[in-house]
Structures are given as structure tokens and as C-alpha cells.
Design a protein around this ligand. Sequence first.
Ligand SMILES: O=P(O)(O)OC[C@H]1O[C@H](OP(=O)(O)OP(=O)(O)O)[C@H](O)[C@@H]1O
Ligand SMILES: Nc1ncnc2[nH]cnc12
Length: 172
Amino acid sequence: MPHWSHLLRDVPGFPRPGIVFKDITPVLADAAAFAAAVEAMATPWREAPPVAFVGIESRGFIFAAALAQRLGTGFVPVRKPGKLPAHTLHHDYALEYGRDRIEIHVDAVPPGAPVVLVDDVLATGGTLLAALALLRAQGADVLGAAVLVELSALDARARWPQGVPLHAALRA
Ligand SMILES: O=P(O)(O)OC[C@H]1O[C@H](OP(=O)(O)OP(=O)(O)O)[C@H](O)[C@@H]1O
Ligand SMILES: Nc1ncnc2[nH]cnc12
């Protein structure tokens, strides 16, 4: 287990009864833990970095932006509906507790550009799968995905396509 794993906080009953929320804010607040977490997420992509890390709103932004700075790449946001100002593509999906649509600017990623998807938590996998479909529909070359925490019990990996690397800094 990474040395910062104790800073991941379980919050039972948030945002709804029955959900145990993985709160990453204590990891972010600790300089050494945040740096180590970003380094762990960066390691698989260091040899051959993508053109951009694609962060999923909102907690995914934190790690995608940090990875982009660390490896000298661009950052592209995938956002909730109605937030992006220019022409967008969208994809609908189901989540452990809500939201059902993500959007990206149609011109955010050049055709064939290698990108890596980034989020903080992988739960059911619905969000990351939706992002994969969205980026592929846009013509991007999705090298893989990086998440801080994978909730193994929900078995999102079973739904994730084989051959697309999915790296988690921590499995909980
Ligand atoms: O694997 P899944 O079941 O799809 O769940 C994971 C998603 O849920 C959380 O986002 P949330 O909707 O809470 O948004 P936030 O980042 O703005 O808090 C998390 O940041 C992931 O994006
Ligand atoms: N249990 C959970 N904790 C934190 N973020 C989540 N996103 C989806 N499920 C989650």
C-alpha cells in the first residue's frame, strides 16, 4: 500500500444512504502525499507521454492538470452538461449515484492524437467508459486511463476493454 493510503477517508452515507464515499481531500491537503500520488499516476506514462491528459470533471481535473504539468503535456477537460462554451460532443451514461452526461469540445483533441483519461475514483466504471466512448468517437487514440483509487469490489475492470491499460495508484 502507498504511504498516503491512510489519508483516503471513508464517509459512509454520502451523498446518499448506502454509498461509502472515498474522500480524497486529505490526500490533496498533504504536500508529500499529493506529490507521491501524482508521481504514482504519472509513472506508467513517463516513457511515452500522451499529447494530453483528459480530466473528468471535477475531481479528475485536479489529477489530470497535475499530470500534464509533471509530464509536459496538454490538459483537456471533459465536463458535465452545459459547461463548455464552444461546440461539443456528448455521451450519456449511468453512475453509482447520479449524473448521466459528459461533454467535450469537438476540437479539443486532434484526430489520432494519443491521450490518457484521468479520474480520481473508479467506482462502477460508468464515467470512465463514457469518457472512453466519447474520446474514441472524436477520433482520439486512447492510450489508457489513470485513476487515483479503484474500488475493486465494484469490479469496473470486468467492464473495461482488454488491451486498454487501466492504471490505479491504489485499490481499495
Ligand atoms: O465509476 P463511476 O461509478 O462512474 O464513478 C466515478 C465518478 O464519480 C465521481 O464523480 P462525481 O460524479 O461524484 O463528480 P465530482 O468529481 O464532480 O465530485 C468520480 O470523480 C468519478 O468521476
Ligand atoms: N464511492 C465513491 N466515492 C467517491 N467517489 C465516487 N464516485 C462514485 N462512487 C464514489
